[in-house]
Design a protein around this ligand. Structure first.
Ligand SMILES: Nc1nc2c(ncn2[C@@H]2O[C@H](COP(=O)(O)OP(=O)(O)OP(=O)(O)O)[C@@H](O)[C@H]2O)c(=O)[nH]1
Length: 307
């Protein structure tokens, strides 16, 4: 059963708000606000699936609200249906050119509003599904590199803005070529799946996430996590893989599969690009391999190193 979609109605006319709410509330969770400013404030803390937006309102008008939504990464894809007393083709064209998905003229028919809302929500559902499938790694079924890149960029912006710590872990399966050579590629695939699920299972905070970085490499992004906390989390991940106890008789450092981990932490948003965090974690990983594998090396990024 799909969860009920959320629709936000933005209209300065209380009667219109009431009629639209009554038209849609049987099928959707409906929220109403009376101005463009209030809509933008509402969307800072709540997510919805569709916006029904009046054009002519006191304060910022519907066109400007749509422009602001398009400028913001989290709301740029939110479908908007304009609803307006402006019936000219020019107004309708302007709304659609700005990126609205549909345009309804007042006075409106309840049946047409319901049908157009349903159509837009069906398109959104399909887009969301495609988006989700594009972010999942086919083999391990955990988030992939694309998801990692997008979410790391978001977390990095947040850590800079709020001056909070951010840690990134890069993990690599030790002597995995030897594993494939010894047990076969299919067993190698199985091994990666088990490791992926052990890593994901070790995440307790909702904000932490693990992704397959590529090949036999995984990455974890830990918002609001200091170097010390990241080290303790990395130990937990390393133990989770050790506890799988997957035999690896060709390994040169243990009798089972192990991982090495590099950690990079920025404690006050003092990294100039999120890519630097990945590069530093990669250096840590290299040092962990060099130190004998099944090791963790943490690198703290200091302001002076990246001026
Ligand atoms: N089975 C399987 N193997 C993969 C996959 N992706 C990458 N590999 C293998 O992972 C191996 C990685 O080998 P290397 O980069 O030489 O590293 P390693 O053997 O793990 O050695 P160290 O990292 O130095 O401990 C290669 O043989 C790749 O073919 C995959 O999806 N499935």
């Amino acid at each position: 059963m799909l969860k009920r979609a959320k629709v936000l109605i933005v209209d300065d006319d209380p009667l219109n708000r009431l009629v639209l709410e009554k038209t849609l509330q049987q099928d959707y969770d409906v929220f109403c606000v009376e101005s463009g400013e209030k809509a933008l404030t509402f969307l800072k803390t709540q997510s919805v699936d569709l916006l029904i937006l009046d054009i002519v309102m006191p304060g910022i008008d519907g066109y400007e609200v749509l422009n602001k939504l398009k400028e913001n990464a989290t709301t740029s894809m939110l479908p908007v249906i304009f609803i307006s007393a402006n019936t000219s083709h020019d107004d309708e064209a302007k709304g659609l050119e700005l990126g609205a998905m549909d345009y309804i003229t007042k006075p409106f028919s309840a049946a047409i509003v319901r049908a157009r809302v349903r159509n837009q929500l069906m398109i959104k559902q399909k887009n969301d599904l495609l988006e989700m499938l594009a972010s999942i790694d086919g083999l391990t079924e955990i988030p992939n590199r694309r998801y990692l890149d997008e979410n790391l960029a978001r977390e990095w912006r947040r850590c800079r803005r709020d001056q909070t710590p951010l840690s990134v872990l890069l993990m690599d399966v030790d002597h995995f070529k030897r594993y494939n050579d010894c047990y076969g590629h299919r067993a190698g695939d199985d091994c990666l799946k088990q490791i992926a699920h052990a890593l994901v299972g070790a995440c307790e905070r909702g904000s932490d996430f693990v992704a397959r970085y590529g090949g036999e490499e995984f990455a974890a992004v830990l918002p609001n996590t200091s170097a010390k906390e990241a080290m303790s989390f990395a130990n937990k991940l390393r133990n989770a893989v050790n506890e799988l106890n997957i035999p690896h008789k060709a390994s040169l450092n243990a009798d089972h599969v192990t991982i090495s981990i590099g950690i990079a932490t920025t404690e006050n948003g003092q990294v100039y690009a999120e890519q630097t965090l990945l590069e530093e974690a990669d250096l840590g990983l290299y040092q962990a391999k060099d130190a004998g594998r099944d090791q963790i090396v943490s690198r703290m990024i200091a302001m002076s190193e990246h001026k």
